[in-house]
Design a protein around this ligand. Structure first.
Ligand code: NAD
Ligand code: LMR
Length: 327
């Protein structure tokens, strides 16, 4: 067995935390041979810390063979100490009628302190995945605070959107979701995101050819995927949690599995017409344990260019809103 890795999870007593921690401890994120130490991070509020202790008790009660330790803390310097992976989930969720960007003023500031702390105390090889909304811009804030860790260590999650898009295409074509491949999310984790159906394939054939219904792809499909989070809030009264935790498992597992091609929000570097300094969803290929290259050669048609311009504009405007939070 290799040495255990340290995985810090913020928002450990929250809804996503409750779905996520058990799956990490069971080996679903880092594989069946990789022991883990969980560093649960919460706010210094008695109710949250008590709830985190309860979750830790339940983790103990699972007797997971790969779980080599549980630490609970209410501060970032302790919580991220020596962490190899920092999973930044802890933030306010939106309620009905809100957009994720409405959370920026409250949630953005969390990522200033956490970005600084990760840079100070996390492991040399630390990598960060941001889930707390609005995830792309929060990730940019955290990365901007880091002076030691390079920007490519900071990723935000658009995998839930990729998974949603995959299933919507499968349902429309009456195939199994595993028959749908090459579906990538470009841009913001918001209704402006572009699920790039023109690249996607069903049983190896281009989606536009297989589905044939262009108006559905351009309108209903993009809108259903982009507004799925709000539809879940409307139905459940709470934002997605189990599917979000599942997507984070997929995000990190695929980022640590060489050869995987998947959607990740990364510093755009100007690819696909994005502003170089925003975090935008795009296709990446994993090259090693947490390392990746952006795949830059997928073609964009006029519709794709127009969608990407709109989501880029929103990312740039979110960056303007948080300019005082950037390091
Ligand atoms: P929740 O309210 O159930 O839990 C959030 C937890 O975070 C709480 O226990 C809270 O005490 C804790 N927290 C708040 N600030 C913290 C901090 N500074 N440090 C550590 N912990 C902190 O919310 P949830 O449903 O688990 O959602 C968490 C976040 O994830 C929300 O912002 C939500 O919008 C977002 N989300 C993102 C995606 C995505 O695809 N990117 C999907 C679903 C949810
Ligand atoms: C989601 O996409 O389900 C999450 O980002 C939660 C939300 O606010 O929609």
């Amino acid at each position: 067995m290799p040495a255990p890795i340290r995985v810090a999870v913020t928002g450990a007593a929250g809804q996503i935390g409750y779905s996520l921690l058990f799956r990490i401890a069971a080996g679903q994120m880092f594989g069946p041979d990789q022991p883990v130490i969980l560093q649960m991070v919460e706010v210094p509020v008695e109710k949250a810390m008590k709830a985190a202790e309860g979750v830790a008790m339940e983790l103990d009660d699972c007797a997971y063979p790969l779980l080599n330790g549980i630490e609970i803390s209410d501060n970032a310097d302790q919580g991220f100490k020596d962490a190899n992976w920092c999973l930044l989930v802890g933030a306010k969720p939106r309620g009905p009628g809100m957009e994720r960007a409405d959370l920026l003023k409250d949630n953005g500031k969390i990522f200033i302190g956490q970005g600084k702390a990760i840079d100070r105390v996390a492991a040399e090889n630390a990598r960060v995945a941001v889930v707390g909304n609005p995830a792309n811009t929060n990730c940019m804030i955290a990365a901007s605070q880091a002076k030691r860790l390079p920007a490519d260590r900071f990723t935000a999650m658009v995998r839930l959107d990729q998974n949603r898009a995959q299933t919507q295409l499968a349902k429309k074509a009456s195939v199994h979701n595993t028959d749908v491949t090459d579906i990538f999310i470009f841009g913001n984790h918001s209704p402006t995101m572009f699920p790039a159906f023109h690249i996607a394939k069903i049983n190896g054939k281009p989606v536009p050819e297989t589905i044939g219904h262009h108006a559905w792809l351009q309108d209903e499909f993009c809108s259903t995927v982009g507004k799925r989070g709000a539809a879940i809030i409307a139905a459940r009264g709470l934002s997605s949690a189990a599917s979000a935790a599942n997507a984070l498992i997929d995000h990190v597992r695929d980022l640590t599995t060489p050869g995987k091609i998947h959607s990740v929000a990364v510093k755009s570097g100007g690819h696909y017409g994005f502003d170089p300094n925003v975090w935008a969803g795009m296709p990446v290929k994993t090259t090693g344990h947490g390392t990746y290259e952006i795949l830059t050669d997928y073609p964009l048609d006029d519709f794709a260019k127009q969608k990407i311009a709109a989501t880029n504009e929103e990312l740039v405007s979110e960056r303007d809103t948080v300019k005082d939070m950037l390091g």
